[in-house]
Design a protein around this ligand. Structure first.
Ligand code: HEC
Length: 111
């Protein structure tokens, strides 16, 4: 196989691998976000909020599918608390970001 063909083929392969990798990562983050929402965060977000993707039907806080908060709004609420919602001091930086992105993604909010 001529050199340029080989090079093009390996570039294409690398692109496919990168794509597959990022999809896999996105998938993991979705699973992790859902788990944070329904289980890991204590008290669980799902107790107070409805979020269809997570099968959550809490009715104390706003319905997140309707509110469609973007990631920074979720982060702020989680870090500082708001109204009756507690601040979550026990979550790591990474967990807060994963959770915020998850909620923004599944509700269709922009970043
Ligand atoms: C004890 C019940 C409770 C729990 C648990 C709870 N929330 Fe809330 N949440 C509320 C209430 C009540 C509000 C409305 C507060 C207000 O506007 O006065 C709210 C508001 C919000 C808002 C909107 C903030 C804004 O800017 O208007 C977001 C986003 C949110 N919660 C996400 C979450 C996430 C994510 C979790 C889990 C880490 C969570 N909530 C856990 C009760 C709760």
């Amino acid at each position: 196989m001529p050199f340029y063909v080989r090079q093009a083929a390996s570039a294409a392969l690398a692109a496919v691998a990168a794509l597959a990798g990022s999809n896999a990562l996105a998938q993991v983050n979705m699973e992790e976000g859902k788990k944070l929402f329904t289980k890991t965060a204590a008290p669980a977000c799902a107790l107070c909020h409805s979020l269809e993707h997570a099968g959550a039907q809490g009715a104390i806080g706003p319905d997140l599918d309707e509110l469609k908060p973007d990631a920074s709004r979720v982060e702020k609420a989680v870090r500082n608390g708001i109204g009756q919602m507690p601040a979550y001091k026990g979550l790591t930086e990474q967990q807060v970001k994963t959770l915020a992105k998850y909620v923004a993604d599944v509700t269709g909010a922009a970043k």
